[in-house]
Design a binder for this molecule. Structure first.
Ligand code: IPM
Ligand code: MG
Length: 382
């Protein structure tokens, strides 16, 4: 092994051991009720991000107008998280933007472009992934509901470890040998498992399912699974089972079995893949919002990408804002505004599935995202 490769490997271990120490020392969840003022940052992102985020922020400001007027909640625009700025400084999140983000408690974020090989952009890390790591947003909660099929799932995707933890630190050992790393820690697995079980307890759900590939990825997935089992033992009133990711992707299309799943907890990459599949049953990734939750910060976003082609073709104003509006529902729930969350969720269900007076087609054959947001606002019954 060359000195360089050894040093790169050592660096990964050092950073991860330091992260473990940080997790050991971390505080409990922040209590929003005790804050004099809650700050909500709004980050438009790239592509269709600004168009759909603006609408979700408008609806949120409408619902929270009394809290804004009394100074209990402040909205802040954070404009610098664009691919142009990120490319210019060669960082997934420019320093000034990160500082602005850290002054907020809660963030509403539009999709950001993730550069990949062959793009005009330098191959910097995804802004999503960087934000999840920088703000330690360890739990990615992704709900999927298809009421007429009896589907009511909540996914708890671990958000800071697995293949993503050091995804940008892989090593080309020689011209022929490339190695990436996947990471699991006791603390990281324990906190996501606990959150999933606490959620099941709180919401009256009766089953939690862990999804891994512990028969092959024995050490890291094995740890994740063992820890889920240990947390399950503390919750004898909740049924626990575990599945491997391959058969799980099959079971989600099994109409007789899939409705039995309730709460799923899974390592990062499996969570990424399975939640796209799951969202498809609900109408596609455009319909799904997601909460990225940590002990100090939380960030709410769509689960899809920035669709730059829609902007190139001048169609961004026709983009579907529903994913960001679903993310806004989760934001309201997270800050304890459960009644307003329910009103928004109900209005979205009426507009998307029941009345459907306006439809979004992504082109001028359908409504604009601003018109759709107006429609949703008109249905916000008290
Ligand atoms: C998601 C996205 C991201 C991920 C990408 C953009 C890096 O697919 O939020 O699911 O893989 O986590
Ligand atoms: Mg994904």
């Amino acid at each position: 092994m060359t000195e360089q490769v050894r040093a790169a490997f050592e660096k990964i271990i050092e950073l991860q051991l330091a992260r473990v120490e940080k997790m050991k020392a971390e505080d409990d969840f922040i209590d929003y009720a005790k804050l004099p003022k809650l700050i909500i940052g709004v980050c438009g992102g790239d592509g269709i991000g600004p168009a759909i985020t603006e609408q979700a922020a408008r609806v949120l400001k409408f619902l929270l107008k009394d809290e804004i007027a009394s100074g209990k909640i402040e909205f802040r625009d954070i404009n610098g998280l664009t691919i142009e700025n990120r490319a210019a400084v060669g960082k997934a999140i420019p320093d000034d933007v990160l500082a602005e983000l850290k002054e907020c408690h809660v963030i509403l974020k539009g999709p950001t472009t993730t550069p990949r090989k062959g793009d005009p952009w330098p191959n910097i890390e995804s802004a999503n992934v960087a934000m999840r790591k920088e703000l330690d947003l360890f739990a990615n909660m992704r709900p999927v509901k298809v009421p007429e099929e009896g589907i009511d799932w909540m996914f708890f995707r671990e958000n800071t470890e697995g293949g993503y933890a050091v995804g940008s630190m892989g090593i080309n050992v020689t011209e022929d040998l490339a190695i990436d790393f996947t990471i699991a820690t006791t603390q990281g697995s324990d906190r996501i498992a606990r959150l999933a079980f606490d959620y099941a307890e709180r919401m009256g759900r009766t089953r939690v399912t862990a999804v891994t590939k512990a028969n092959v990825i024995k050490t890291t997935d094995g740890k994740f699974l063992d820890i889920c089992k240990a947390v399950a033992a503390e919750h004898p009133d909740i049924a626990f089972d575990d599945w491997y990711i391959d058969i799980m992707t099959a079971k989600l299309v099994d109409q007789k079995r899939r409705r039995d799943f309730q709460v799923m907890v899974l390592p990062n990459l499996y969570g990424d893949i399975l939640t796209d599949e799951a969202a498809e049953f609900q109408g596609g990734v455009g319909t799904a919002g997601s909460a990225n939750v940590g002990k100090r910060y939380a960030m709410f976003e769509a689960i899809h990408g920035s669709a730059p082609r829609m902007v190139q073709e001048g169609r961004d104003k026709y983009a579907d804002p529903c994913s960001m509006l679903r993310a806004a529902v989760m934001l309201l729930e997270h800050i304890g505004e459960t009644e307003k969350a329910a009103r928004l969720e109900n209005a979205l269900n009426v507009c998307m599935f029941e009345e459907k007076k306006l439809v979004i087609t992504g082109r001028d054959t359908g409504a604009t995202c601003a018109e759709f947001a107006d429609y949703v606002m008109s249905k916000l019954e008290k």
